[in-house]
Ligand binder design. Structure first.
Ligand code: C2E
Ligand code: CA
Ligand code: CA
Ligand code: CA
Length: 273
């Protein structure tokens, strides 16, 4: 039962009840799962067109619970942003990624790992310190760890200065930033204007209709041209077919990510030739 805007009491449908209940269970179980190391990180390859090699992996969080089954990041992250555990998830994924990148470096594989971060993580000024500390503790070279930020979440004007400053300092030590989900938010240009970003990732939403809509094709071509003119490295995600792959390469994209290149894998399943 919820109170609606007019102050009247409305009953929820059984589906909404179930959803709310699941949310509440996720909320309650997340801290325990974090403490018991029940979350996992998988890594999806990015193909660099210029070198013809996979030179980067994106870290993606995974959580499977006995009672709840798979909890997707799209379900998990908004809840964690609300209850504040996004900082703990961020730390966990960053540490796992930094350890793996260091291990690869020692084995002679010059491959970097990019980690998704919510802008909300930067709203507390310790984000920069946390990342620098993780690099120090793991011995990870700074250029092997990268960050992706999405424009989904607007930041407050009063936070902007602190966010820009933290990101700039991280960039100074060698950490690169990708603007993720490019083209889907309302703030792409504002983000690009103010944040130290060196890469953009064109959202998979656009790639899905690339082959069937001429308008999308023009839009993607425009985004690639625009990114290049800004001196940015342009990535396309969600690439599932050879047709999409070939077309994007002919349009001048710098890197390709998607099931066509490879699905997300656990660290143990990743092999190098
Ligand atoms: P994203 O950063 O845009 O990540 C790409 C999503 O597309 C991933 O979903 C990935 O598994 C999926 N994907 C990759 N290739 C393909 C493809 O060829 N076709 C299709 N249809 N999908 C593909 P996932 O892992 O479920 O993550 C969803 C979102 O959750 C991510 O979107 C990211 O914004 C967020 N996320 C994931 N891990 C983390 C994390 O550790 N921290 C934070 N803050 N956010 C995360
Ligand atoms: Ca991403
Ligand atoms: Ca995306
Ligand atoms: Ca996304």
């Amino acid at each position: 039962i919820v109170e609606n805007g007019g102050g009247k009491i409305t009953s929820l449908s059984p589906e909404s009840h179930k959803e709310l209940n699941r949310r509440a269970i996720i909320d309650r179980k997340l801290l325990i799962a974090l403490n018991h190391h029940n979350l996992q990180v998988v890594y999806q390859p990015l193909f660099d067109v210029a070198s013809g090699e996979v030179n980067m992996y994106e870290a993606l969080v995974r959580w499977e619970d006995d009672e709840l089954g798979f909890i997707t990041p799209d379900e998990l992250i908004p809840i964690a942003e609300e209850n504040g555990l996004i900082h703990e998830i961020g730390t966990f994924v960053l540490e796992e990624a930094a350890k793996l990148a260091t291990d690869w470096d020692k084995k002679g594989h010059p491959v970097s790992i990019s980690v998704n971060s919510s802008v909300r993580e930067f709203s507390n000024s310790r984000m920069r310190d946390k990342i620098i500390e993780i690099l120090r503790v793991t011995g990870c070279p700074a250029n092997r760890l990268q960050l992706e930020i999405t424009e989904k979440f607007a930041f407050q004007a009063e936070e902007e200065q602190s966010i820009v400053q933290q990101m700039t300092e991280l960039q100074d030590v060698g950490i690169e930033f990708t603007l993720d989900d490019f083209g889907t938010g309302y703030a792409s240009f504002r983000y690009m204007q103010h944040l130290p970003i060196s890469k953009i990732k064109i959202d998979k939403l656009f790639i899905q209709s690339l082959m069937t809509q001429s308008k999308t094709q023009q839009l993607v071509e425009g985004m690639i041209r625009f990114g290049k003119s800004m001196g940015l490295y342009v990535v396309a995600e969600g690439v599932e077919t050879e047709g999409q792959f070939e077309l994007l390469i002919s349009m001048g994209v710098d890197a390709i990510q998607g099931y066509y290149i490879g699905i997300p894998l656990t660290a143990e399943s990743i092999t190098f030739e």
